[in-house]
Design a protein around this ligand. Sequence first.
Ligand SMILES: Nc1nc2c(ncn2[C@@H]2O[C@H](COP(=O)(O)OP(=O)(O)OP(=O)(O)O)[C@@H](O)[C@H]2O)c(=O)[nH]1
Length: 320
Amino acid sequence: MIKKCGYVALLGRPNAGKSTFLNAFLGAKLAVVSNKPQTTRNKILGVSTEGNSQALLLDTPGIHKSQGLPKMNQVMNKVAWSVLSDADLVCYLIDVTQGWSEDDALWLEGILKKFDKKLLVLATKTDKVKIEEVEHGRLNIVNRFQNLFEGIKASSEIKCQLIGEVPQLISSKRPEEISSLRQFILSQMPEGEWLFGEDDLTDRPQRFVCAEIIREQIFRQLGQELPYKIAVVIDIFEHKNNVTNISATIIVDRDSQKGIVIGKRGSRLKSIGTDARISLERHLEKKVFLELFVKVKPGWTENLNMLSEYADLQDPNDAN
Ligand SMILES: Nc1nc2c(ncn2[C@@H]2O[C@H](COP(=O)(O)OP(=O)(O)OP(=O)(O)O)[C@@H](O)[C@H]2O)c(=O)[nH]1
């Protein structure tokens, strides 16, 4: 049997629905989802295998204008772009409820000019709006994409190969739509030996996924600004007598943030801990004992060593 295997990059603006799409595609919770933009901080690989095909999906931080933002945001953008060089297919996601934006034009122009493989444009979250509004959003994306495409074609070469309709409408909340898109994407993979086992879900260690599950609760339970300056480091991760003991440190940037995370008489930290434990137990299918600590590391989002140590985030241009 001829085997197929390839990389699929999920790109799009923050909040476009990339992590939700990845989790739906895999049928498992791997990537952090919240209603705040820029939840995903790192490149996360999810493995999906069926029949003779294996697709390796790379979820990326949402690409955004990072000028004036901490170094962390600049590294996040570089991580998102670096996956293009590995990818055989790019899924570019646009939230149909938000419609096309100038950022989409900018990023898609880059992909059309530089990426010499396959491109699939997806309009996401179609379940959130009425059929007429979906149609309006679709037409808006079709027209703007065509203008962009023709404009580039007139002056330079289009490198990538468009596959499927532009845009393909999709809801990550509708399993039947995800299932048929999954079959299509698997069929588009190039011939090649599988790089992972049939039952593998990710290249990330269990500790990383668990740290992300705790970070997701912090994102969900804190206000708008704070979560971006927070990292989670797992200090102890051990299975004993059918219980998983996890001890983790929440890293914050300033003393005042420590107070916010802990809350009045520890109430917020307790609530984060309770919800994270429930989520961890669901993920690990085991009883979990979770301990959380909070530590202040001033300026960690600006320091490349600390970004690597606390958020496992490396500048791809600095890689050896
Ligand atoms: N109703 C509905 N909500 C969705 C869908 N896809 C994503 N969402 C919601 O949209 C929000 C953002 O989704 P994410 O998957 O975290 O988006 P993202 O593109 O990974 O975001 P970043 O991490 O900022 O790059 C979350 O509240 C999701 O629950 C969808 O198909 N339908």
